[in-house]
Design a protein around this ligand. Sequence first.
Ligand code: SAM
Length: 212
Amino acid sequence: MVEQQIRSRGIELESVLRAMAEVPRERFVPRRYRSDAYEDVALPIGGGQTITQPYLVAWMTVLLRPHPHDRVLEVGTGSGYQAAVLARLVDEVFTIERVDELAERARDTLADVGVDNVAVRSGDGSLGWAGVAPFDGILVTAGALTIPEPLLEQLSVGGRLVMPLGTQSAPQTLVRVTRTSERRYRREEFGQVRFVPLIGEEGADEAPSRGD
Ligand code: SAM
């Protein structure tokens, strides 16, 4: 998967490629999809949600520019796979999932595969996780029209936030925002993606539609 679907499409950061090679994706998908676990596709994980396609996991991880001593927040735990990849690259990962059943299952899966530096919480990640902020990186794996203000506030100076922005009716734009000083943020865009909506107080309130 790593050589044929990720490196060949231009992802060159060895630390990310190694992390993806080391995390057993088949453990994060329902049993009936295990034979497809190393295809470059999103797969259903229950609750109308999906595990993101591996190439996008790699790309978003590269854009986050993870450093070994970073503390990273992920919004949208889903299966826990992205959190497990991040956990191989940084000291501490905090991840929030709004669907209780998914959060519980992700916690169990992460423990089963021996990941011990990820804290999983069930709740509304559009509000961030104020009690453990600030974060050097914030990765949002669901799309919204705008970046939730609490997430910008919980980013440390020098920190990076990566998330899809846009409506559900068209592809979203993958955006990276870097906090360059207490009051300044630099925004960069990296092409089109399609993710399920971020549902919550600072996100959407509609029912989820199809996407990664
Ligand atoms: N990162 C996941 C993985 O590795 O499997 C895939 C995430 S899936 C594409 C998006 C997830 O975001 C869904 O599980 C959905 O329930 C969750 N989500 C949507 N809105 C949320 C919110 N406000 N807070 C936390 N999770 C949210």
